[in-house]
Design a binder for this molecule. Structure first.
Ligand code: FAD
Ligand code: NAI
Length: 471
């Protein structure tokens, strides 16, 4: 390519970090290209992550409701049967419409969509290997943004075949409901996908190394959540270490022992889901040729303005530091482009919401009680149970509560932890409150419509500095 074709920005990776960065860059008037090797845009999130998992969570929840709850609600539907093929097809069509939607947005915003695998040849040039074959060609740019995402962490002794021993990708496409399923790792993927297959009829056992599920969420919230899942039928083996897995007689045998050592045991299942975390993905990117450094965990090293060790190459999303979440990657994508164009950008890492889309949902933002305690901050806690919220009662869906942590001296809200119906939507109010430095009293004095679930949020705020009305 001649210098006249040189792009202002080339983004490597078309996931939520990369595609959002590319659109924003084009909107700011920068000549932009986005390189993606998958054959469709949207990255892990749209293709094999957030979107297909939420389609399966929603539809498996409806199936479970139809099977176990409709009758009690006065809805007789006769014999409820699962059509797994149709459910999987529905998931695939949700994915297809959203990924092609991004392709449309690229056209609309004049982002050049480069379908190929990118590899650095120098700090100023990539070599693109086209996905449909053909010879590689160079692509030059003034600025690069690395957004190559992550992949499932492997575990020695548990070899993934995506049929019987699967990662989330295989777990989103099982052709048959397994009789027994073992989930290794009680984090977000394990609990979401474990819930899906449990609702569809599998007997699910979650093996977790730590003493609680939920991968680091607020302590009391994790305990309550664990209890709720157990009540739903998920078996939990906490404080348990996996040694290895073998395959025999069409089944998988998982050898485990107590995390503290000893007490070996063999569990058997039809399908094993390995969900012990994800790791940064930089395979074939040839970062060495560009001089971009990584740390010992394989994360691309960056500064607060997303610059790597080579200043005109920035990096965002799962492949660098921080929470591996789509919305975090998107925020970084916009901020990184603003740094390139305007010299400043902003992401508030203290207020990135997390949501687990089980039923009930779990959502949180800001600090956990453990973190506040450790920091030596004096704090107040206000809680409000959904069982005392009129809308939740009317809906017959009232498990969980809202927990607010605020500074005891200033009443400034420091953290919010919700288990409950639609917690993932409700957390937006908490994020906004924390972003604007609200006190619990500020929210308590804000009018919330009746009857809505959001009144539980208001009442938890009332309970933080004073008293709730309905509890
Ligand atoms: P990715 O989405 O991983 O995208 C990177 C892209 O770069 C990929 O498409 C890849 O093909 C491409 N690429 C890599 N190397 C190259 C190269 N050399 N050349 C060209 N292209 C390249 N997060 C949430 O916030 N909410 C959720 O509900 C949620 N659910 C999830 C469910 C599952 C099962 C999984 C696995 C993840 C989920 N996540 C969720 C996490 C979310 O998917 C990631 O945080 C998000 O996709 C990260 O975005 P990214 O742009 O950094 O990387
Ligand atoms: P995770 O980090 O959420 O959980 C991994 C769990 O496995 C932890 O609880 C950990 O203690 C446990 N573990 C680790 N090694 C183990 C071992 N050897 N034996 C038993 N347990 C072990 O990772 P997960 O669930 O794989 O998800 C990866 C990431 O994907 C998440 O951290 C999240 O960022 C993202 N994601 C987000 C979703 C959402 O936002 N709703 C949904 C799904 C994934």
């Amino acid at each position: 390519a001649s210098t006249s074709d040189e792009h202002d920005v080339v983004v490597i990776g078309g996931g939520p970090g990369g595609y959002v960065a590319a659109i924003k860059a084009a909107q700011l008037g920068l000549k932009t290209a986005c390189v993606e090797m998958r054959g469709s845009l949207g990255g892990t999130c749209l293709n094999v992550g957030c979107i297909p998992s939420k389609a399966m969570l929603n539809n498996s929840h409806l199936f479970h409701m139809a099977q176990h709850e409709f009758k009690d609600r006065g809805i007789d539907v006769g014999d409820v049967k699962l059509n797994l093929d149709a459910m999987l097809a529905k998931k695939d069509s949700a994915v297809k419409s959203l990924t092609s939607g991004i392709e449309f947005l690229f056209k609309k915003n004049k982002v050049d969509y480069v379908k190929g695998k990118a590899s650095f040849t120098s700090a100023n040039e990539l070599s693109i290997a086209p996905i449909d074959g053909g010879s590689s060609y160079p692509l030059r740019a003034k600025n690069f943004i690395i957004a190559t995402g992550s992949e499932p962490s492997p575990f020695k002794g548990v070899e993934v075949d995506e049929k019987q021993i699967v990662t989330s990708t295989g777990a989103l496409a099982l052709q048959k409901v397994p009789e027994k399923m073992i989930v290794i790792g009680g984090g977000i993927i394990g609990l979401e996908m474990g819930s899906v297959w449990s609702r569809l009829g599998a007997e699910v056992t979650v093996v977790e190394y730590l003493g609680a599920v939920g991968a680091g969420m607020d302590g009391t919230t994790a305990k309550t959540f664990g209890r709720i899942l157990q009540k739903q039928g998920l078996k939990m083996k906490l404080n348990t270490k996996v040694i290895n897995a073998t395959q025999e007689g069409g089944k998988v045998q998982v050898n485990v022992e107590s995390a503290k050592g000893g007490k070996p045991e063999t569990l058997e299942a039809d399908v094993v889901l390995l969900s012990i975390g994800r790791r940064p993905y930089t395979e074939g990117l040839n970062l060495e040729a560009a001089g971009v450094e990584m740390n010992e965990r394989g994360q691309v090293k960056i500064q607060s303005d997303f610059k790597t060790s080579v200043p005109h190459i920035r990096c965002i999303g799962d492949v660098t530091y921080g929470a591996m979440l789509a919305h975090k990657a998107e925020e970084e994508g916009i901020a990184a482009v603003e740094y390139i164009k305007e010299g400043h950008g902003h992401v508030n890492y203290d207020n990135i919401p997390s949501v687990i889309y089980t039923h009930p949902e779990v959502a949180w933002t800001g600090k956990t009680e453990e973190e506040v305690k450790k920091a030596g901050i004096k704090y107040n806690i206000g809680t409000f149970p959904f069982v005392a919220n009129s809308r939740a009662k009317t809906n017959g869906d009232f498990e969980g509560s809202v927990k607010i942590i605020s500074d005891a001296e200033t009443d400034r809200m420091l953290g919010v932890h919700i288990i409950g119906p639609n917690a993932g939507e409700m957390i937006a109010e908490a994020v906004l409150a924390l972003e604007y430095g609200a006190s619990s009293e500020d929210v308590a004095r804000t009018c919330h419509a009746h009857p809505t679930l959001s009144e539980a949020f208001k009442e938890a705020c009332m309970a933080t500095h004073d008293k709730a009305i309905h509890a």
